[in-house]
Write a protein that binds this ligand. Structure first.
Ligand SMILES: Cc1cc2nc3c(=O)[nH]c(=O)nc-3n(C[C@H](O)[C@H](O)[C@H](O)COP(=O)(O)OP(=O)(O)OC[C@H]3O[C@@H](n4cnc5c(N)ncnc54)[C@H](O)[C@@H]3O)c2cc1C
Length: 350
């Protein structure tokens, strides 16, 4: 593990700015902020008398959070970040990474050790501890396919727990942790990865991009590189313009309802989602409703990608939320489908 437990507890910062701690760059504040440098810092800080009864928000890189208001309690950042191979039988290996390890850096770390699986999830912003929360996914893969154990501090039980994959309730951008966000603080995640790459290249554009990287059979590292290039072209960079990636989940509806919608609008993309269900493209619904490039003050919808809400400079969380609600209302009145936000909205209901 990196670092040592703080002698007493990690320093507490009072009335802290969160402006540089969220990729939408909303200038919110937290009553208290603490950085845990060791897993034992978590119970130490949570036990402080001045924090008794106060709400707690765990924050990684803030790439999936919209602060609609200041946070009236403790914002806690688990930043311990060791990674190691804890089991290896030659064919598969178990990698354990602590919550504060960068996600994309972990993808590279695993690929450098000949371990395949996470390549399609390259360049997703954020820290490892957040990966199980919404079961991050991209290019046909989800982190939950590789996670075998999540270690967490259980605030209700006041002890560290280990949850096997089956207990984590992974679904599409969903998990047990997302459903009960105040209970568990993820401290480490274990992934089972293979030395035999089972590459998934079917997602639009991946094979074409790979062809520009290698003429031969690609390996997992080349797939990761292709995906990074595709993502850099398609998505606005939070270092350039504040955003939280896709702001809405792709709606899942009854297959019969999707057929009705497509009969009306034959260009509508529809994907099978199992058991008589179908997934619609939130980006298409928003774009077709005319919102791409919309701007009101500094809050808007990206001109590059209709699914991404952007902060052109000084938008408040409330202004961004107002735009998101208008987009969802307009899609609902046109298509009868309600969009749900993907990021955690702090301080307001959607
Ligand atoms: C440009 C861009 C592209 C993106 N692309 C994708 C994508 O392709 N696929 C995808 O799934 N997501 C994507 N995202 C969203 C985001 O990157 C992921 O959700 C990521 O996992 C968030 O990590 P984070 O450390 O920033 O978490 P934060 O935003 O800090 O937190 C997100 C949520 O997780 C909780 N949380 C964070 N850490 C912990 C912990 N240790 N224990 C308990 N709860 C915790 C927070 O309380 C919050 O509810 C994108 C975001 C951006 C800005």
């Amino acid at each position: 593990m990196t670092g040592r437990p703080s002698v007493d507890h990690p320093p507490l910062e009072r009335d802290a700015s969160l402006g540089s701690l969220n990729t939408l760059r909303v200038q919110a504040r937290a009553r208290w902020l603490a950085e845990a440098r060791h897993p034992d810092d978590i119970p130490a800080v949570l036990g402080l008398p001045e924090l008794a009864g106060q709400p707690v928000l765990v924050l990684g890189e803030g790439s999936n959070v919209l602060f609609a208001a200041d946070f009236p309690g403790l914002v806690l950042r688990p930043l311990f970040r060791a990674a190691s191979v804890i089991e290896d039988d030659g064919a598969t290996a178990v990698v354990r990474a602590e919550a504060g390890h960068g996600w994309d850096a972990l993808v590279d770390w695993t690929l450098a050790r000949g371990l395949a699986g996470l390549e399609n999830l390259a360049l997703i912003p954020g820290l490892v501890g957040a990966a199980p929360i919404q079961n991050i996914g991209a290019y046909g893969r989800e982190a939950g396919e590789f996670i075998t154990v999540v270690e967490a501090w259980d605030r209700r039980e006041g002890r560290r727990v280990r949850l096997g994959e089956a207990a984590c309730g992974f679904g599409y951008r969903d998990s047990l942790f997302k459903q009960d966000p105040d209970r568990r603080i993820v401290t480490a995640v274990e992934f089972t990865l293979s030395r035999t790459p089972g590459l998934l290249l079917d997602y639009a554009g991946v094979r074409e991009e790979l062809a520009t990287i290698t003429p031969g059979e690609p390996g997992p590292a080349q797939v990761a590189e292709a995906i990074r290039r595709l993502r850099r072209r398609k998505l606005p960079d939070p270092a350039v313009i504040g955003n939280a990636g896709s702001f809405f989940k792709n709606p899942v509806v009854a297959a019969a309802r999707a057929d009705e919608l497509r009969a009306h609008d034959p260009s509508m993309p529809v994907y099978p989602a199992g058991e008589g269900r179908a997934k619609l493209s939130a980006a298409w619904l928003i774009e077709t409703s005319g919102w791409r490039g919309f701007r009101e003050g500094d809050a808007g919808v990206s001109a590059q990608h209709a699914l991404v809400l952007v902060n052109h400079g000084n938008a408040t969380g409330a202004q961004l939320l107002a735009v998101a609600r208008r987009v969802a209302d307009s899609v609902e009145s046109r298509f009868g489908v309600r969009l749900e936000p993907e990021p955690r909205i702090v301080g307001a209901r959607f």
